[in-house]
Design a protein around this ligand. Sequence first.
Ligand SMILES: C[S@@+](CC[C@H](N)C(=O)[O-])C[C@H]1O[C@@H](n2cnc3c(N)ncnc32)[C@H](O)[C@@H]1O
Length: 230
Amino acid sequence: MTHHTGPDPEKIHSMFASIATRYDRTNTVLSAGIHHLWRRKTVRWSDAQPGDRVLDCATGTGDLAIAFHKVTGNATGTDFVPEMIQLAREKSKNVYFEVADVTNLPYDDATFDIASISFGIRNVADPKKGLAEMARVVKKGGRVMVLEFGQPQRRAFGAAYNLYTRHILPRLGGTLTGDRAAYEYLQKSAGRFPCGDDFVALMRASAEFASIEYKALTMGVAYLYRGVRG
Ligand SMILES: C[S@@+](CC[C@H](N)C(=O)[O-])C[C@H]1O[C@@H](n2cnc3c(N)ncnc32)[C@H](O)[C@@H]1O
C-alpha cells in the first residue's frame, strides 16, 4: 500500500472548527484517558532531549506539543484550524503555537530535531505530502513520530472494539459535542486507515528514512511509528 487519498480538507477544517471547544473532554471520555498514556509513550520513544527543537503538526488543542515541551523546553505546535490554535494558546503560554498546514509547512529544511503528529495524519487530505513535509523540516538523524489509530489484530478484542466504535462511540461523541457525524467519521476513517506495515510503506514512499519502526499500542487500537531521517 503506497497510496492513500485522504478526506476533503474543507470538510475536515469545518468539522474540527465546530467541535474544537468540546474536543478535549470528549477525547478523555471516549478513550477513558488512555490517549494521555499514548502521548507520553510518543515522547519517550522519540528520545527527546532537553533543548531539542520539536514541531508538533495537526496539534489540535496542543496536548502532544505540551507533552514534548515538558521534556525539551522547545516545542512549536501547528494546526490549520485557527479555533484549535486559539484553544491551544489558552492551555499553554510556554509553547509557541501557530496556524500552518502540514502539507505546506512554513519552515526551512532541517530545522527541527523531531516532527510529530498525533491522530492527525488520518485527517490530512494528502498524507504522503504531509509526511514528506514533516521529513523535510527534520534534520538528518532527527525523528518523525506518528501516533494514529489502527485496527486491532486479535479477533476477540477486535470484535468488542468494533462494537464500541460502531455503536457506542458515535452516540457518545454526538452527545458530548452535538456533532454525531464527526464521530461517525472518526469510526469510519480509523477503520480504513492503513496501519502497521501498510503505513510504513506510505512513510517510505514519502521521504528517505534510515529506519522506520512501529509499535502497536493497546492491542492495536493505536500505532506509534518512528522514522529516523536518513
Ligand atoms: C483528531 S485531531 C488531533 C489533534 C491532536 N493532535 C490530538 O492528538 O489531540 C486532528 C487535527 O488535525 C488537524 N488537521 C487536519 N488536516 C490538517 C492539515 N492539512 N494541516 C494541519 N492540521 C490539519 C485538524 O484541524 C485537527 O485539529
